[in-house]
Design a protein around this ligand. Structure first.
Ligand code: WT7
Length: 627
């Protein structure tokens, strides 16, 4: 176990919900709702009724082949139909579905009807390109409406999408693309980032040299950047051309509840990222229910989740959750501090954002500017503030509560993972809150903190966070690797899902997340495997061996500290350090933030495995005599 679990839980402050928040909430009493959720089948079946099914399920949960659980057996449903089509027959037809804003202040709005037409055209175009049900379409796009349209178009025709985060670079891109065996890639001429345009087309061109399965590349002209267009006849086509003349009608594919929906890659302890596979019915039920109850979404809300669509937060809560609830989702392309650190507050004021969901790292970053920018804007429309991705320390929590929320609105720290698909541990707006705690498992979910054998640990003691019962939006397997799915998540502690986080519980049953228990780093809320970073290091000619650990950082949470053994003839001088940082960035992308590189003669190892534990202990100045 990595994080320090000997420190006592000394946070004793408790904050009661505001009367108005509770009065307006879908769930007025969180404890009663948790009670209701104890009968998971009854609870989730009731929630599933909120969606439009072509054919109802005849069994809620099938546990006959554990851990390959199935939900809503024989139910037939379509995601795009539920997220878009069904609203155009209601008074939401002309309601804004997507409000796109970027750092340059450009803005674009798509109503549900406009989104409907665009998705249908894209769906028809994909069919014309030969995409069939069950096949995978890859996307490497900025936060832009076309990404949402492309994802929905896939779900409409039963194709899977695999979105690669636009901040990942060539090496990371190639690995994911080849594993997914996608035939089509949708990319763009660029994305805006801090006043510059990052040429995504160029990165994808380089990556595609190593991706033999891609037959067609669709290019969105998003920034008007001057890009190179290849003359490989027929291989590249502009998005706008592709949609030309396509009919704005497309019948939704009747998907089985258990048909695959998408693959999303995430980092684990090995060098290769894992393809997390989500399926249709349960995912839709889990994501829409959690968003509705945890962020208390109503028809007149303006929802803003800053999570990039390239990660699960964006899939579930920037795109699918809000559209399944028929609300407006704000999609912002850019950094929180460009052109200045008041950007986000200005957007909240301008559009009257009511519910805001972001990452602790962004909060810590903006906190550093105090009230300087904040005071320039009126953000009193906010009703709920939430975070995800890493622990929200109590200082950041208090800043949100006092300075941003004026002690009026709930701070919702949600715990979940790419694998879980939906929020699993989180307060509801009617809950009593403790700064720094993620509260309890949400209704319909059961969590525990246990030792290696699966026995619950005493109050206040650190243990492994596990989920004890299946939940609807759970991933169903690792793409093309059922064995690893069992081995990594279900075999270590029999009968339960091991999240690979260390946590503790206090006397009131509140859960406090300590951090990962495996060799996965959380850099600015992004998940990155130490092994991936190490492979990137050793792929540089100067490095013969490398080991990396996380080093704590006040804003990013963790950054990389690398220990490298250099090949003969190389010296770790400024030039090489710069080159190594550049190289790792090229392989993995800007997510791999390197804080320090140290040259060593040897690395601590047992049977060929690097003992990062030893490096960490050494770094923290701990006693190593027991090793
Ligand atoms: C890991 C999952 C799910 C969207 C973003 C991350 C950490 C997540 C919290 C939280 C403390 C958290 C865990 C988890 N994490 N939320 N509220 N408090 N830690 O998804 O990339 O799959 O990462 O993020 O360590 O295992 P992900």
């Amino acid at each position: 176990m990595r994080p320090d679990t000997t420190v006592l839980l000394d946070e004793k402050r408790v904050f009661k919900p505001d009367v108005e928040t509770v009065e307006n909430a879908h769930v007025k009493n969180w404890e009663i709702e948790i009670e209701k959720g104890k009968d998971i089948e009854k609870y989730w079946a009731e929630k599933a009724e909120d969606l439009d099914w072509f054919q109802k399920w005849d069994q809620v949960l099938d546990e006959s082949n554990k851990p390959f659980y199935k939900w809503f057996i024989n139910g037939k449903i379509n995601l795009a139909y539920n997220a878009v089509d069904r609203w155009i027959r209601t008074n939401k037809r002309n309601h804004v579905a997507i409000l796109y804003v970027n750092e340059r202040g450009d803005e674009r709005k798509l109503t549900y009807y406009e989104l409907y037409c665009e998705v249908n055209k894209m769906a028809n175009a994909l069919k014309n390109l030969g995409v069939k049900k069950g096949e995978t379409v890859a996307m490497y796009l900025p936060m832009c409406p076309e990404l949402v349209v492309s994802m929905l178009a896939c779900t409409k025709i039963g194709a899977l999408h695999s979105v690669v985060y636009s901040g990942l670079s060539v090496g990371a891109f190639v690995g994911r693309m080849n594993h997914a065996e996608a035939k089509i890639l949708i990319t763009a001429d660029g994305t805006y980032r801090k006043g510059k345009i990052i040429d995504l087309k160029k990165i994808s061109d380089e990556a595609l040299l190593q991706c033999p399965t891609i037959e067609t590349v669709v290019v969105v002209q998003h920034t008007g950047n001057d890009i190179e267009v290849s003359d490989l006849s027929g291989k590249e086509i502009f998005y706008e051309r592709l949609l030309e003349g396509e009919p704005a009608e497309c019948e939704p594919e009747h998907m089985d509840a258990e048909d695959p929906l998408f693959v999303l890659y995430t980092s684990g302890t090995t060098g290769k990222p894992k393809g997390v596979l989500h399926t249709t019915g349960g995912y839709m039920v889990g994501v829409s229910t959690t968003l509705k109850n945890i962020f208390d979404i109503h028809g007149n809300d303006l929802w803003w989740c800053t999570g990039d669509i390239g990660w699960i937060t964006g899939h579930s809560y920037t795109v699918y959750g809000p559209l399944l609830l028929g609300t407006t989702t704000l999609i912002y392309e850019g950094a929180p501090d460009f052109p200045d650190p008041g950007t986000w507050w200005s957007i909240i004021e301008k559009y009257g954002v009511t519910k805001f969901y972001t990452a602790p790292t962004s909060i810590r970053h903006l906190m550093r500017f105090g009230n300087r920018y904040l005071d320039l804007y009126d953000i009193s429309t906010l009703k709920i503030l939430g975070t995800v991705g890493e622990p929200l320390n109590s200082e950041a929590w208090m800043w949100l509560y006092k300075t941003i929320g004026k002690e009026r609105i709930p701070i919702i720290d949600t715990w979940w993972q790419t694998e879980t698909g939906m929020q699993l541990i989180s307060p509801l707006p009617s809950a009593y809150l403790k700064p720094g705690s993620v509260n309890k498992a949400v209704p319909g979910v059961e969590a525990d903190i246990v030792d290696e054998e699966g026995n619950p640990v005493p109050i206040g003691k650190g243990g492994y966070l596990v989920i004890k019962k299946p939940w609807p939006a759970m991933f169903r397997t690792l793409y093309k690797d059922d064995e690893k799915y069992k081995e990594i998540y279900w075999d270590p502690i029999p009968g339960v899902y091991k999240a690979d986080d260390v946590a503790r519980r206090d006397e009131d049953g509140y859960i406090w997340i300590q951090g990962r228990s495996d060799d996965v780093l959380k850099i600015a809320s992004h998940r990155i495997g130490t092994a991936e970073v190490e492979s990137a290091f050793v792929s540089h000619p100067a490095v013969s061996e490398a080991a990396v650990i996380g080093k704590s950082d006040p804003v990013k949470g963790e950054v990389i500290k690398a220990f490298v053994i250099l090949r003969e003839g190389y010296e770790l001088k400024t030039k090489l350090i710069k080159e190594l940082i550049q190289h790792v960035r090229y392989e993995l992308g800007p997510v791999a933030v390197i804080g320090e590189i140290a040259q060593v003669d040897a690395l601590p190892q047992t049977s060929g495995k690097i003992m990062r534990r030893v490096l960490r202990a050494q770094e923290m100045g701990e006693d190593l005599t027991d090793l």
